[in-house]
Design a protein around this ligand. Sequence first.
Ligand code: RIB
Ligand code: CA
Length: 313
Amino acid sequence: MDKIPVIIDCDPGLDDALMLMLAHGSGRFDIRAVTISAGKQTQAKTLQNALKILTLIGATDIPVHHGAEKPLLRDLVVSNDVHGESGLDGPSLPIPEMQAQPVSAVEGIASILSASETPITIAATGPLTNIATFLLAYPQLKSKIERISLMGGGIFRGNMTPLAEFNIYTDPEAAAIVFRAGVPITMCGLDVTHKALVFQKDIDLFRALGNQAGQVAADLMDFFSIFYRENRVELNGGAAMHDPCAIAWLMNPGIFTTKSCYVDVETKGELTSGATVVDFYNTLHKEPNATVAYDIDRDAFLDMLFNAIKALP
Ligand code: RIB
Ligand code: CA
């Protein structure tokens, strides 16, 4: 099976780290670059976290590009909740064995797409600042994007406000640019990621793998679970594997339940800024611009993640 050429934009991030493990360990992707967004932590921290994780999984040959220091218009608000002070608390991680590329995320994406004869997929699991900036700077390269598979938003819920999910909430203007760009989008929002749950019994299986990646994955999941067990009691002890969903959909869309919907982003609402407005019942009669995932075969998803991490050092 041919590998999927992909550029991954992320803000590591505990679940971003697990997403990178899934992407690299699965062997299904030709990862052309990893570009870094600021999110729960600063660009300096998320960049270092990406270099550490890629070193851990033996992916030091993947170019890493620094991205935007802050959202397009708004201030970056970092927080230690969920991912910790480093942005990747939990496991001990190696000192990076490589450095970031000298050119920025936007220039890195532009040079990769320009040089490619065929379109390339983008997977985005952080705020969409880099992707939006690229689309504004290089509109002529839109046709070289096969699809954007992103973790972000939600049909019926948020996690930063009642209706806004973190990645969209952090930079709503960037998200609006991406959803309005006319590029095929897969949206893995909270509706599906809150069903992509790992429980302690699953975490114990990752730890029992015996390899370093399994140990680190279990440590990441254990730390991630602290927040979910205290603040998402409805998930019955499960922790949501948000970011791996964006990669898992590219690997096997069949394990997801999706609907083609028109999606836009609220950027002005006093109570709703950062909400993905998903026209699930097509009330506006507008052309759908996103494949919206809202259910998942959790066991199949866990098998994919387990087998990918089993294949790592
Ligand atoms: O709301 C979940 C998202 O916010 C995930 O991408 C997580 O890594 C954080 O960035
Ligand atoms: Ca993320």
